[in-house]
Every structure is written in structure tokens, then in C-alpha cells.
Design a protein around this ligand. Structure first.
Ligand code: DGI
Ligand code: FE
Ligand code: FE
Length: 189
């Protein structure tokens, strides 16, 4: 599918505000890819599709997870997490994406995971710092993103975890594993 048709189809899946967010993630992912030596086209492709399932009714998201044997544990956690694995499935099966690295960047864009690839890191971070974001601490993460990809994600994950702890909700294990793994990567153990 060509880029323009894909953009039109993704845009039709969400309200205009979420599409603006997606455009911000696309632009930011390209900047980060160029800064940190990743393929900007792959980063943009993952960005275009990362929230494609975000506004699907949760019943529909849950059905995709159950019907296609996607990891089922996520159903025990916040529904906000579901759209990531569902999005990867939609990207592959409805948008014809075959690049497994791109699919994984979509799949792990909300939680992160242990041993994230550079592409996964770029999409995770672009989602956090795109220009439309205004949550507490985002400017600090933006500043770090100018100089260190891993440190920026660690700061972002800390922000997300603090937010989730303040809300009193359970943390999805992959999010914690992502943080532990980044600390090991940065500090060498
Ligand atoms: O889809 P976006 O809003 O662009 O951003 P996202 O895919 O990072 O989703 C953010 C939401 O996911 C936000 O409400 C916090 C939630 N979230 C992220 N990690 C976890 C989580 N929720 C739980 N319960 N546990 C997590 O580990
Ligand atoms: Fe998302
Ligand atoms: Fe997003």
C-alpha cells in the first residue's frame, strides 16, 4: 500500500486530535532516526500505524487479541495497553506490513520491553515527546532526547511509572522490564 493511501486509511480510524498526535510522532520519529542512525522510512511507517487501533472499541481489540492468539496476559491489565499489540496485528494483516522490526516497534510502543531495538526506542520516544504532548516532565525528556536515546527513554519511563503509581494502577511487567533493561544498558549492569 502506498504511503498516501495508508495515511488516509489510518486517519479514518481516529478522531482528528489523535491524527494530529500521529503526525507529531511521524515527524519526531524521522528526526530521531536521523539523529541516532536508524532508517527514517521505517521509523515513519511504524509511527503512522502505531495508534491505528487506539480508538477501536475495546471489545473489538479484545477479540483481535483472543482470536489471533496474541499474548493474552495483557487482557488482565489496563485497556490502554491493548492497542499496541492489536495495532501490530492490524499493520501486518490489514496494511500488509512485512517488516518485523516495524511490527515490533508498533507492538512495544506503549510498554517497551527488555532489549529494545533502536527502532523500538525511537518510536517509543517519539510517542512520548511529539510536539503535542504536554505532560509533566516532557520538556526534560525532550532535552535529553537531543543527546542520549536511552537516557531519554529511561526518563520517560520513570514519568510513566510515576504517573501509574500515583493513579494506583498495576504496572504491566514489560514496562518494568524495559526500565530494568535500559538501566543495565546505560550503566553496564
Ligand atoms: O497511545 P498513546 O496515548 O499515544 O500513548 P501510549 O501508547 O504510550 O499509551 C499511554 C497509556 O498507556 C497511558 O494511559 C498509560 C498507559 N500505560 C503505559 N504503560 C503502562 C500503562 N498502563 C498500565 N496499567 N501499565 C503500564 O505498564
Ligand atoms: Fe499508543
Ligand atoms: Fe501514540
Amino acid at each position: 500500500m502506498d504511503r498516501t493511501s495508508m495515511i488516509e486509511r489510518v486517519r479514518a480510524e481516529m478522531p482528528e486530535k489523535r491524527w494530529k498526535h500521529t503526525e507529531g510522532v511521524m515527524a519526531t520519529a524521522i528526526i530521531l532516526a536521523n539523529r541516532y542512525g536508524e532508517d527514517a522510512k521505517r521509523a515513519e511507517l511504524a509511527a503512522i500505524l502505531h495508534d491505528v487501533a487506539k480508538f477501536w472499541p475495546t471489545v473489538r481489540q479484545g477479540n483481535v487479541i483472543r482470536d489471533n492468539n496474541l499474548p493474552i496476559d495483557v487482557l488482565n491489565y489496563d485497556k490502554e495497553l491493548w492497542h499496541a499489540s492489536v495495532g501490530a496485528w492490524v499493520a501486518e494483516h490489514e496494511f500488509g506490513v512485512t517488516d518485523v522490526g516495524v511490527l515490533d516497534a508498533i507492538r512495544y510502543h506503549t510498554s517497551g520491553r527488555r532489549g529494545m531495538t533502536k527502532l523500538e526506542k525511537i518510536v517509543w520516544l517519539a510517542d512520548y515527546i511529539e510536539p503535542g504532548r504536554d505532560f509533566p516532565g516532557v520538556d526534560h525528556v525532550r532535552a535529553i532526547s537531543e543527546v542520549n536515546l536511552e537516557e531519554a527513554i529511561l526518563a520517560g519511563l520513570d514519568g510513566t511509572l510515576s504517573f501509574l503509581i500515583a493513579k494506583g494502577v498495576r504496572i504491566y511487567p514489560l514496562t518494568i522490564e524495559a526500565r530494568n533493561s535500559l538501566i543495565e544498558e546505560i550503566k553496564g549492569g
